[in-house]
Ligand binder design. Structure first.
Ligand SMILES: NC(=O)c1nn(CC2CCNCC2)c2c1CCc1cnc(N=C3C=CCC=C3)nc1-2
Length: 318
């Protein structure tokens, strides 16, 4: 043990850090070379970033401080940083470093080298059932983990489901996430996701919406889209799309299997009380740890080895 005086000296601090063996030296902008742009947000840009010392390649999400303050988004950025810091899962982009300079915040994240799942769905005009089933299974494990850690994504869609170099998914963009149980004082959920994936209850009454059920509704829309090549509720404008959602107006293309249709039908139910996977909805005790067993046990997932997904080789896209 060290005496009190020794504890205070900065040198000792360094020694302690080294003893911990984790390389926790604070990174700065100078530690990275920034390359091609991967995506632009309203107040952030995502670029490839190579760590000079290790030559490891990451994705750097660079957020403009002045713009965040001007647009009053500091709360969202704080939530995103806390969520990214908290979540550790093979199917969710990890935050490796966070630092700032005078004008920007930097989140150094896993790079998803194979881009958006959406591009693959578009390329094949919809995926085969074995491939769609595999990716829905990965997505269900990732969303179950998020919900069990009190995080609701709120904007799940194929654009935010990325693919790593190993072709496993990496869920991105927690800029719209909500941390359950944190009463941040905001009564209404001011945020609504992307039109095609918004749940009916969120459209009807934001206050009452159990936003975890909204992530599950989005899973139903994504399952449909992976197989059909397009989302179930799509119209010429947002208002028409919302009408289709509220009237539960969608059809299945002929190639959908009986199990695929049944799985999607049981999720795309207007009343979240009767939606597959929303069992937590009934007992309103907020501390119930949600589990997605009702989703995982559906016959659509026959053949999926739930305990080994992140180690398995994803099926060839087709
Ligand atoms: N908003 C984000 O947090 C974010 N945005 N992107 C790029 C977007 C491009 C448009 N669609 C949504 C994602 C990323 C991240 C997280 C971290 C992240 C990690 N890897 C990639 N990789 C890409 C590779 C090729 C094309 C697009 C993205 N992208 C991101």
């Amino acid at each position: 043990a060290m005496n009190a005086a020794a504890e205070q000296s900065p040198f000792v601090e360094q020694v302690k850090v080294k003893e911990r063996g984790r390389e926790t030296r604070k990174r700065t902008v100078k530690d990275f070379f920034f390359g091609r742009t991967l995506g632009e947000g309203s107040y952030s840009t995502v670029v490839e970033a190579t760590e000079v010392e290790t030559e490891k390649i990451y994705a750097a999400k660079i957020l403009d401080k002045r713009h965040i303050i001007k647009e009053k988004k500091t709360k969202y950025v704080t939530i995103e940083r806390n969520v990214l810091h908290k979540l550790r899962h093979p199917f969710i982009v990890r935050l490796h470093y966070a630092f700032q300079d005078k004008q920007s915040l930097y989140f150094i994240l896993d790079l998803a080298a194979n881009g958006e799942l959406l591009s693959w769905v578009r390329k094949y005009g919809g995926l085969s059932e074995p491939v769609a089933k595999h990716y829905m299974a990965e997505l269900i494990l990732a969303v179950e983990y998020m919900h069990q850690n009190g995080v609701v994504h709120r904007d799940l869609k194929p654009e935010n489901i990325l693919l790593g170099s190993d072709m496993h998914i990496l869920i991105a963009d927690f800029g719209t996430a909500k941390l359950l149980g944190e009463n941040d004082g905001s009564r209404t959920n001011s945020f609504v996701g992307t039109a095609e994936y918004v749940s009916p209850e969120l459209l009807m009454d934001r206050q009452e919406a159990n936003i975890r059920g909204s992530d599950i509704w989005a899973l139903g829309c994504i399952a449909y889209q992976l197989l059909a090549g397009r989302p179930p509720f799509k119209a010429t404008n947002e208002y028409q799309t919302f009408q289709k959602i509220l009237k539960n107006e969608y059809e299945f293309p002929p190639h959908f299997s009986v199990h695929a249709k049944d799985f999607i039908r049981r999720i795309l139910v207007l009343d979240p009380n009767y939606r597959l996977g929303c069992c937590f909805f009934k007992d309103s005790d907020p501390d119930t740890i949600p589990n997605f067993d009702d989703l995982k046990s559906h016959p659509f997932f026959t053949g999926i080895d739930w305990s080994n997904l992140s180690n398995s080789n994803p099926p060839q896209m087709s």
